[in-house]
Design a binder for this molecule. Structure first.
Ligand SMILES: CC(C)(COP(=O)(O)OP(=O)(O)OC[C@H]1O[C@@H](n2cnc3c(N)ncnc32)[C@H](O)[C@@H]1OP(=O)(O)O)[C@@H](O)C(=O)NCCC(=O)NCCS
Length: 180
């Protein structure tokens, strides 16, 4: 297994594999994945796009993560900005790298790949903070939540509802760089 930094072109070339990992990890229906293809294609053009892939020795995609600089005018940035008070907005969103997607194929989960991807991705940005959103869940029972807490992510906003999604989300963040 190896972690490989990807350019936006690299990710675009492996889009079908990315969607397959995404679909497996999130148990998404093919129709939902078709919508994701459109989103991800848009994200490839975003400022300071960074991505990392976990590849098996045979080149199979085991997991991936990507993000970009979070800026006004981006849908997610504006949603999060609207629920923060001015101090929190200043602290978290002034120079922020958004972790947009982080997924590991179920068969490869539980061996530290997700954490390695997250750390490698965050080492590729010079931003002052990072933010992500994740569905609300039992922190002890959710592998994603355990990972975020273990790596120092703090509550920025909880039980947030994004338009078009009935699930409540938490916005979590941490200052960068990660030194431990
Ligand atoms: C969330 C997700 C990316 C985490 O990836 P992962 O590889 O499964 O998880 P981690 O890197 O945290 O694996 C660590 C687990 O392996 C164990 N582990 C074994 N060897 C390890 C090593 N060398 N280093 C670190 N952890 C190791 C850890 O103890 C940890 O156990 P735990 O999950 O019971 O706490 C992945 O589970 C996933 O894709 N889930 C579905 C999609 C999802 O929820 N994505 C995030 C949405 S916001």
């Amino acid at each position: 297994m190896r972690l490989v930094p990807w350019t936006s072109d690299d990710l675009g070339r492996r889009m079908n594999d990315v969607l397959a990992v995404f679909g497996e990890a999130m148990s998404y229906h093919p129709q939902a994945l078709a919508v994701r293809r459109g989103y991800i294609t848009t994200h490839l053009q975003r400022p300071h796009f960074r991505a990392i892939a976990s590849l098996s020795d045979q080149g199979q995609l085991l997991g991936f993560a990507y993000g970009y600089h979070s800026e006004p005018g981006q849908w997610w940035h504006d949603q999060v900005s609207s629920v923060l008070d001015p101090d929190a907005r200043q602290r978290w969103l002034t120079d922020c790298f958004e972790v947009v997607e982080l997924h590991v194929r179920p068969a490869a989960q539980g061996h530290g790949l997700g954490e390695a991807q997250l750390r490698a991705l965050l080492a590729m940005t010079g931003a002052a903070t990072t933010l992500l959103s994740t569905p609300e869940a039992d922190e002890q029972a959710s592998r994603a939540w355990r990972l975020y807490r273990r790596t120092g992510f703090l509550d920025v906003s909880r039980h947030l509802l994004f338009p078009g999604d009935p699930r409540p989300f938490a916005v979590l963040g941490r200052p960068l760089p990660m030194t431990h």
